[in-house]
Design a protein around this ligand. Structure first.
Ligand SMILES: [Fe+2]
Ligand SMILES: [Fe+2]
Length: 243
């Protein structure tokens, strides 16, 4: 089942829980003059995501399909969106644009973003942070809505399970447990831990988001800086060892 939750003004979480994976997948629609979807979801989810988006806006008016990195759950249905929304263009890092996205979805060229660059969709202003290899992949980046304080954090704060849409309780223990479960599964070594990981996460934390909108699990509202610094500790514990 696909659910819709408003997590901030005109900011909607569209979530589908996939029980076989014990994992939820969220896309975020920002309803604005130029509507923006953060994460398209996989191609298999496209009919469900399109139906949910249609409850909020006319899907043909989607202008931006933003995402962190080149992976099916981030941007798998980009071509399907470009098929129904004539103006829909990707928003991603310049690296993602140059290396993969303009080849994968060639109808409309992507808006390739550099670190610190801002753009507006009308009422919302977004800041892009280039975060190579955080959460993972060379081309990774994150989008921060400076208007609402929502950080679209991709796989950061990933929690397994069928959990509440939104919470103000710490999710750190649940994130740690989820990463340990990943390590014990065929999906081990999900995230890299490099000499730059901690510094990159400190830059992300310094945004001081009031809401951290992860693709997987509950949206966290509260002290986003603390949540991300605790997340950095979890990554060091789980992925930063010598084993
Ligand atoms: Fe990912
Ligand atoms: Fe993901």
């Amino acid at each position: 089942m696909t659910t819709i939750t408003e997590i901030a003004p005109d900011t909607f979480r569209i979530n589908t829980f996939i029980s076989e994976a014990n994992l939820g997948f969220s896309q975020f629609l920002i309803r604005d003059e130029e509507p923006l979807l953060f994460h398209t979801g996989m191609r298999a989810l496209f009919p469900a995501v399109r139906e949910a988006v249609a409850k909020l806006i006319d899907p043909a008016t989607l202008r931006w399909a933003a995402f962190s990195h080149f992976e099916a759950d981030e941007c798998g249905s980009l071509n399907e969106w470009q098929g129904i929304a004539p103006q829909a263009a990707a928003v991603c890092s310049m690296v993602a644009k140059m290396v993969s996205v303009d080849d994968f979805a060639s109808k409309n060229p992507a808006k390739g973003m550099v670190d610190g660059e801002e753009f507006s969709t009308g009422n919302h202003t977004f800041r892009f942070l280039a975060t190579p290899h955080v959460p993972h992949n060379w081309e990774a980046g994150l989008l921060f809505d400076t208007t609402t304080g929502v950080l679209f954090s991709s796989d950061i704060l990933h929690q397994n399970g069928d959990v509440a849409a939104i919470t103000s309780e710490s999710v750190t223990d649940r994130v740690r447990q989820s990463m340990l479960e990943m390590q014990a599964s065929p999906l081990a070594d999900y995230l890299p831990y490099t000499p730059k990981t901690d510094a990159t996460l400190k830059r992300v934390a310094a945004l001081k988001p009031s809401t951290v909108a992860s693709m997987h699990g509950s949206i966290y509202t509260g002290d986003g800086e603390k949540a991300i610094l605790e997340y950095a500790d979890v990554l060091r514990e789980v992925f930063g060892g010598n084993g």
